[in-house]
Design a protein around this ligand. Structure first.
Ligand code: 6R9
Length: 657
């Protein structure tokens, strides 16, 4: 046993919480895991009957005949919006608050399940009136708010496959996604309110459509959020309120097969353009509901707050679908954590008596910093006694941030569920269960019951605990990615490489400790960066840079560790003109940052830009990214550079500007 394991601090679940939890105690966890191991299909079939309401029950749980294109519950039919809305109303929860909307300016709007259902039906009827039907793709480019959730639910209701594009993406990125999805309609807002500012949405949609290649789009529906001035291009563009105001508040759901695509969500991979991760209806809904209930121990009187944006998978599963499928009450937050000041999260928890709070390590780390510089924003000034469970998602949480979160936000009494999962996995994969799993800061602990996460070597052989390796999932699971939209070959190649024995390749490295078998995620093993919990492909950023053909000859992008954002983007650029220095270098770096923001979105802006006469390459012409990673970190290059064509370049690239 390594010395390190003895130093691990372990936090047992609080006794009272454990006693009343849905999964109570380690014995209950082990029992569920054993049930899944003994009869895998029996286990998932049982839960699918318990957690999902079926129009027509399924007769077969898992179809592996066309692996890795697995099918779950395929002959069962259902509707996700029925499960999230009607079902709760039928159970007597019509008057229960479904969503508490906390706007950027602090205004609060509450909607009940009955109201949310009525609004969803109105929009669903409006969409149908425009000819949107089952299987059509609808792009949603919205701010955070009730209407975004309604838009997603309305698509689900009529069997249209939504593809939400994060409101921070540029016109170019939006265009690419619209084209790839072949969407028939865009739902957007006039503007979004963030941090006291109104930021454009509709005008970006106009710009995206003007870029060309979006001929599939027939209509643009515009939700009036700020009242800012926008151009409405008739008959293509319609106000959402005009489309929906006199529509019926009931709408027969489209009953679809469990395998019907509920949504596409574009995410970055290690190569080329973002990929449209396609999710199913039945298996996805099951895992969304199940993990919301077990991982967060969600109860009827909880107030759940996931701070993610609906543009990311976390917002899909833990805002739009999971909490509503469980009949919960949740906060939907429009603003940013630092407006009007960095106490916004803590004040909002106090204001709405939030009991379960789910956020990202990058937010925690930046709020720690903020509390240090401006002590008035420290969580101790807010009454956080309503909290009972905390969660973390998006990137590894370092033990120091974990301890701060636990002590200062959770008052030392709230378990932190550090949930490892991905856009592709649909829901939590490795996570503590708050009433069962003893916690170790920095570890996402153990697989969710039924999930066969493991660590293997390059040939798919298990590695012993205490040793690092490649994170895989051995068996298919209900909420897994079904394919990459329009590119099944890329799906197979990316996630099921032949040497891995049919295991799902997650793209992360991990290790398990020798004592408990707890997982610790060490980060991506491919060319994907994780900046503030956002996935960015290095190749995507490189392509954006070299697309500036007047200026850029060549570019290489790597990540370097960053205290606040986890990783920071570092770009090495060779210009078509001579290498700039001083003020000129600063000006060109700014121009390139703005360029990347325009090509992809502000989240992809490189933090560092270094200029070189060329890039370090092997004699065969390959850019040596490993060297660049060391240079980006500011470390002396210790590796053998004898194969390097131009060793002197390293010194030049080490200079910052
Ligand atoms: C849900 C989500 C997925 C990548 C994933 C991994 C990183 C997510 C994590 C974590 C360590 C955690 N990641 N959760 N790393 N501990 N609890 O974030 O999806 O945007 O697709 O990112 O994020 O590297 O592979 P997505």
């Amino acid at each position: 046993m390594s010395e390190q394991n003895h130093e691990l601090k372990v936090y047992a679940p609080p006794a009272a919480l454990a006693a009343g939890a849905h999964v109570s105690g380690m014995a209950a966890y082990l029992k569920l895991a054993a049930e899944a191991e003994a009869d895998y299909e029996g286990y998932w079939g049982r839960l699918a009957r318990e957690f999902v309401s079926w129009k027509k029950p399924f007769t077969k749980v898992l179809d592996e005949s066309n692996a890795p294109f697995f099918k779950w519950f395929e002959d069962g039919t259902l509707n996700v919006s029925y499960n999230c809305l009607d079902r709760n109303v039928e159970r007597g929860l019509g008057d229960k608050t479904a969503i508490i909307f906390e706007a950027d300016d602090g205004a609060v709007t509450k909607v009940s399940y009955a109201e949310l259902l009525a609004r969803t039906c109105r929009l669903a009827n409006g969409l149908r009136s425009l000819g949107v039907k089952k299987g059509d793709r609808v792009v949603i480019y919205m701010s955070m708010g009730i209407e975004g959730v309604v838009a997603m639910q309305a698509c689900a209701r009529i069997g249209a496959t939504h593809s939400v594009v994060f409101g921070g993406f540029s016109a170019q990125s939006l265009r690419d996604r619209i084209e790839d999805a072949g969407a028939v309609l865009v739902i957007t807002a006039d503007e979004q309110a963030r941090g006291g500012k109104a930021l454009p949405l509709k005008s970006i949609v106009d710009e995206a459509l003007a870029l060309g290649g979006c001929d599939s789009i027939r209509n643009v529906i515009v939700y009036q959020r700020t009242g800012g001035k926008v151009a409405l291009n008739a008959p293509r563009d319609l106000w959402l309120h005009e489309l929906t105001y006199d529509r019926p508040t009931t709408c027969e759901p489209e009953w679809v097969s469990a395998e019907h695509p509920l949504f596409l969500l574009y995410t970055s991979g290690s190569t080329g353009k973002p990929k449209g991760v396609q999710h199913s209806t039945g298996g996805y809904l099951l895992h969304a509901a199940l993990t919301t209930k077990w991982t967060f121990d969600l109860k009827d009187d909880d107030v759940f707050w996931c701070t993610a944006d609906i543009g990311w998978v976390t917002g899909h599963t833990y805002i739009t679908y999971g909490p509503l499928a469980c009949g919960g009450t949740e906060i939907v937050f429009e603003g940013v954590p630092t407006y009007p000041d960095a106490a916004r999260f803590w004040k909002t928890i106090e204001k709405h008596k939030v009991t379960i709070f789910y956020t990202a390590p990058t937010a925690i780390r930046s709020l720690i910093k903020a509390a240090e510089t401006n002590p008035a924003t420290h969580p101790k000034h807010s009454d956080l006694s309503s909290l009972r469970i905390l969660g973390s998602v998006g990137e590894p949480i370092n033990p120091a941030a974990w301890e701060w979160y636990h002590a200062n936000v959770g008052g030392g009494r709230c378990p932190i569920v550090d949930t490892w999962w991905q856009t592709e996995t649909g829901g939590h994969m490795i996570t503590p269960l708050p009433g069962a799993t003893p916690l170790v800061p920095g570890s996402c602990t153990l697989p969710f019951p039924g999930i066969t996460a493991a660590i293997v070597d390059e040939l798919g052989e298990d590695v012993p605990n205490g040793q690092g390796g490649i994170l895989v999932v051995k068996k298919p699971w209900p909420s897994m990615i079904r394919t990459i939209y329009g590119d099944p070959e890329r799906f197979k190649k990316s996630y099921y490489p032949p040497e891995l024995k049919g295991y799902y390749l997650a793209g992360d490295g991990a290790s398990r400790d020798a004592e408990r078998g707890y997982f610790t995620i060490t980060g991506r093993i491919d060319d994907v960066l994780n900046v503030s919990g956002h996935r960015m492909g290095t190749m995507e950023i490189e392509s954006a840079l070299v697309a500036h053909t007047d200026l850029v000859a060549e570019a290489a992008v790597v990540g370097r560790p960053d205290d606040t954002t986890g990783e920071a983007i570092c770009a090495f650029v060779v210009l078509k003109r001579s290498r700039p220095t001083g003020e000129e270098a600063k000006a060109i770096a700014k121009e390139l940052r703005d360029w990347v923001a325009k090509e992809i979105g502000p989240i992809a802006k490189p933090k560092d830009i270094r200029f070189g006469d060329n890039l370090p390459k092997t004699r065969s012409g390959k850019i040596m990214r490993r060297l660049l990673r060391q240079v980006a970190k500011g470390e002396a290059v210790t590796q053998d550079i004898s194969t390097l064509e131009n060793p002197a370049i390293l010194e030049q690239l080490a200079q910052t500007n």
